[in-house]
Design a protein around this ligand. Sequence first.
Ligand code: KG4
Ligand code: ZN
Length: 344
Amino acid sequence: MIILGFESSCDETGVALVETQETTLPVLLGDALYSQIQMHQAYGGVVPELASRDHIRRALPLCDEALAKAGKQLADVDVIAYTQGPGLAGALLVGSGVACALAYALDKPVMGVHHLEGHLLSPFLSQDPPEFPFVALLVSGGHTQLMRVDGVGEYAILGEAIDDAAGEAFDKSAKLIGLDYPGGAALSQLALQGDPTAFQFPRPLLHSHDLDFSFAGLKTSVLTQVKKLGSDLESQKCNVAASTQAAIVEVLVKKSLKALKQTGLKRLVVAGGVGANRQLRQDLNTACQAKGIRVHYPELSLCTDNGAMIAMAAAMRLQAKVQQPVRDYAFDVKPRWPLDQIEK
Ligand code: KG4
Ligand code: ZN
């Protein structure tokens, strides 16, 4: 079965085709992606209305591109999937509107997919796919969660960010040292030349007994340090970047290990934009190797938002028979939608 998937929850328009298999994992046939980051950079963050309008411009051309890459035509598609939430309401409406209109015209059924489930299942498209059950560390721009995953649709939240997400902490700190939105990747690039021990930033909730995260205080400390440095910031940028990254990464690594210990599971899956962070991958690999724990990541290109993860999540939900596609095109979107409340 061939699934065409649309992602439009924030500032990336992604379209992809995935094919289910008899006995093995679904495979990616082709994908196309357009990032609006440059457009939003002038405003220092995502402007929802501009995002929606741009999704409208990109969705169908990207669909053609994904089909061409896959060597398929619309008539070959069996199911159309789209991100139903969480995300920006207007942006979600574009993707779901396009997906449902296309499906109606083609007389194909549709499936609404949870964006975070897409991230969570994206490592199944990698060269080294995981097996259930596992602990998942979901680190994106909007979410930081530790989850116990027992199968498709079986997600129990073990802990989550009570304020800023890890990606937000990266982006806000990056902004404070003068990097463009979203500064996570640029900050980690700068950090390569810096000393991670130069500044001692707080590791919030590191020793709390739960598995929750809090990163809001970190940005305040970075702000205080930046003010203190004044005109010396320029020469200390790399050190501030490296020290900020060290604080975020240490908390993510320690809490992941705590979740693994608590659940007794020996497998960790990392997903979401921050999962592309090199230092995080390195430190997790080192810490987990010492404890005989396997770590799985999505391909670097599939860490941030994309259509492949949405088509893949739909394909895996179909294969696991936890969701049936429907011929009901009266779509709704769910801008706020906790992952542990999805249909099983
Ligand atoms: O998963 P994602 O594309 O979007 C959401 O669903 O939120 O994640 C985007 C986030 C941004 O905060 C971005 O700065 C961060 O992921 N990010 C990184 C890196 N690449 C992307 N953060 C740290 N290091 C990176 N290499
Ligand atoms: Zn995302």
